[in-house]
Design a protein around this ligand. Structure first.
Ligand SMILES: [Cu+2]
Length: 174
C-alpha cells in the first residue's frame, strides 16, 4: 500500500513539471515528495470550488416595493431576485423583463389574490393557479395583484424543470 502511494506521486510530478525534476526525485524521495503532495492537494482543492453552481444565497435581502412595484428579471434559467416583501391588502406590481432565450412565467400556486391585472405577456391567473403570468423571450410586462392575507407565498416558473433548476422565490406578505 505504501509503495503504491509513493510510486504514483513522482510519476504525477514528472508529468506536471517535466523531465528536469525526475533525476532529483529519484535521488532523494523525501523532500520533493512532500512538495508534490502539497501541489496535488492545492490543485485538487480548487477544482470543486470552481465547478460549484452559483446558487441563490438564502441571505439575500428582500426586495421591497417602491411606489407599489418591484422589478424582476427572467433569465435562463433563474430569477434575478428570490425574496419580495410586501404589505397585505396593498396592491403590488411586479415589473418583469425576460432577458432569457426561453419563455418563463411568474406563478403562485396557493393564496388569495384580488384585483389582478396584467400588461404585456399572458395573464393566466385563475385557471390552474391563482396567479400566473408568462412572458415570451425579449418581452417586458407586468402583473398587478393584491395579496389578501399575510404569509409566505412561493413564486416560481411553471415551465417544466425550471422550478427545479432554481426559478423559485418567496413573496413575504406582512
Ligand atoms: Cu422558466
Amino acid at each position: 500500500m505504501t509503495f503504491t502511494r509513493t510510486f504514483a506521486r513522482p510519476r504525477l510530478l514528472a508529468t506536471a513539471l517535466g523531465v528536469a525534476v525526475l533525476p532529483l526525485l529519484l535521488a532523494g524521495c523525501t523532500a520533493p515528495e512532500s512538495d508534490v503532495g502539497e501541489r496535488i492537494m492545492s490543485s485538487t482543492a480548487t477544482v470543486p470550488a470552481a465547478t460549484e453552481p452559483a446558487e441563490a444565497t438564502p441571505e439575500e435581502p428582500p426586495t421591497t416595493p417602491v411606489d407599489g412595484a418591484v422589478a424582476l428579471e427572467f433569465r435562463d434559467i433563474a430569477f434575478s431576485i428570490h425574496s419580495i416583501e410586501s404589505p397585505a391588502g396593498e396592491s403590488l406590481t411586479v415589473n418583469i423583463d425576460n432577458v432569457g432565450a426561453l419563455e418563463h412565467d411568474f406563478t403562485i400556486e396557493e393564496g388569495t389574490f384580488s384585483d389582478i391585472s396584467a400588461e404585456g405577456g399572458t395573464d393566466g391567473s385563475g385557471a390552474d393557479y391563482p396567479l400566473h403570468f408568462s412572458l415570451p423571450t425579449g418581452d417586458s410586462g407586468s402583473i398587478t395583484f393584491t395579496p389578501g392575507e399575510a404569509g409566505d407565498y412561493v413564486f416560481f416558473c411553471s415551465v417544466p424543470g425550471h422550478r427545479q433548476a432554481g426559478m423559485e422565490g418567496t413573496l413575504h406578505v406582512q
